[in-house]
Design a protein around this ligand. Structure first.
Ligand SMILES: O=P(O)(O)O[C@@H]1[C@@H](OP(=O)(O)O)[C@H](OP(=O)(O)O)[C@H](O)[C@H](OP(=O)(O)O)[C@H]1OP(=O)(O)O
Ligand SMILES: Nc1ncnc2c1ncn2[C@@H]1O[C@H](COP(=O)(O)OP(=O)(O)O)[C@@H](O)[C@H]1O
Length: 311
């Protein structure tokens, strides 16, 4: 039985006349192939990547397993449509905290159309992509109460400044509520989620070492998906933190050239996460996430805050 995923944090969602992803009970994620060349490019990437013997096994685990394409009924009832059949990265987790981070200071690439380049350029300029080399595309995080789920409006998190990004990366691994203005992110779970030999930082470093050498693919506009199980962490168990790369609709051939745009963004994300691990209390900012009606201000403050960032 296919259903709409509860834990999608970014990308195209079903509704408003467009099909969205579906999941099944056996841990598979069905992504509708987009009509234009994006669908064909992503399917070609997964096909090439799955059989490419130059990709080391320890790197394959950072990509969802690919089970081919399949014709299934689209989520919007528009009839049968081809879908990529992928491993569902959040399957088996009851309270997954999830963050989608789009890597690269530039999400466009020279082979794209002029119109696409302009749209990407505008988004990169307005978001943290241009200055940091990545942007948070979307996230959800569970609080300490099982019923508490924070899923901020995507446009708010995408356009955060460096200070804002730092606070949200701290919120992601904190035990206290991101929407209580009186609470600073305590980074209580930083060491179990970001740290350790199998934590998110170690996984990102392993990826980085491959991307510093590989010249097969250029992963334009691709995301790092960071996932962990909040329920287990709250009980003192392992975070089961996982990093996966997703969204290959704009992959181009590397042609012997290192993907500097991807490597640069990855290094920047690594730096932010390393700093949270080494100095979790250090902060100079106060982030104010304002709702679209501009009425309800949600403040997330940190120790010794001196700057106020408003959206
Ligand atoms: O439609 P939008 O404005 O939500 O833009 C989509 C992006 O959403 P965002 O900029 O993060 O809000 C979306 O970004 P995310 O995957 O959500 O990070 C994609 O960039 C998508 O383009 P494509 O399918 O990769 O070619 C973008 O879709 P297209 O506009 O290119 O169809
Ligand atoms: N294999 C997967 N398993 C679980 N969730 C996924 C998977 N791939 C994508 N997602 C979810 O869907 C969102 C959008 O995915 P993405 O491939 O970027 O779509 P789009 O091409 O529409 O931007 C991600 O932010 C994530 O929440």
């Amino acid at each position: 039985m296919l259903k709409v995923p509860d834990h999608q944090v970014a990308g195209h969602k079903g509704g408003h006349g467009q099909p969205g992803p579906l999941i099944d009970d056996s841990g598979r994620f069905y992504k509708p192939l987009q009509d234009d060349d994006r669908g064909a490019i992503e399917a070609a990437f997964y096909t090439s990547f799955s059989s490419n013997t130059r990709v080391p096994d320890h790197i394959r685990r950072f990509f969802p397993v690919f089970h081919g394409t399949q014709l299934i009924e689209a989520s919007d009832g528009s009839g049968q449509r081809p879908h990529l059949v992928l491993e569902d990265v959040v399957s088996g987790r009851s309270h997954p905290s999830v963050m989608d981070v789009k890597i690269g200071s530039r999400t466009w690439y020279p082979e794209a159309s002029e119109d696409y380049i302009q749209r990407c350029f505008e988004k990169d300029r307005k978001s943290s992509s241009l200055c940091l080399g990545f942007r948070i595309s979307g996230l959800q995080l569970y609080g300490s109460e099982e019923s508490e789920l924070w899923k901020p409006e995507r446009k708010l998190v995408q356009n955060l400044s460096a200070d804002g990004v730092r606070v949200v990366l701290k919120n992601f691994v904190s035990s206290n509520s991101p929407i209580d203005p009186n609470l600073n992110p305590d980074c209580a779970f930083a060491s179990s989620v970001y740290g350790g030999s199998s934590g998110i930082l170690a996984q990102l470093l392993e990826l980085k070492s491959w991307f510093e050498d590989q010249t097969i693919y250029h992963l334009n506009s691709c995301s790092v998906l960071m996932v962990y199980e909040k329920k287990k962490v709250l009980k003192g168990g392992s975070s089961d933190a996982e990093v996966k790369l997703i969204d290959f609709a704009h992959v181009t051939e590397g042609n012997g050239i290192i993907d500097h745009n991807f490597v640069g963004g990855l290094c920047s994300l690594i730096k932010f996460i390393s700093e949270i691990l080494t100095s979790p209390d250090e902060c100079t900012t106060k982030v104010c996430l304002q709702n679209s009606d501009n009425k309800n201000e949600i403040l997330t403050s940190s120790n010794e805050c001196t700057t106020k960032v408003c959206l």
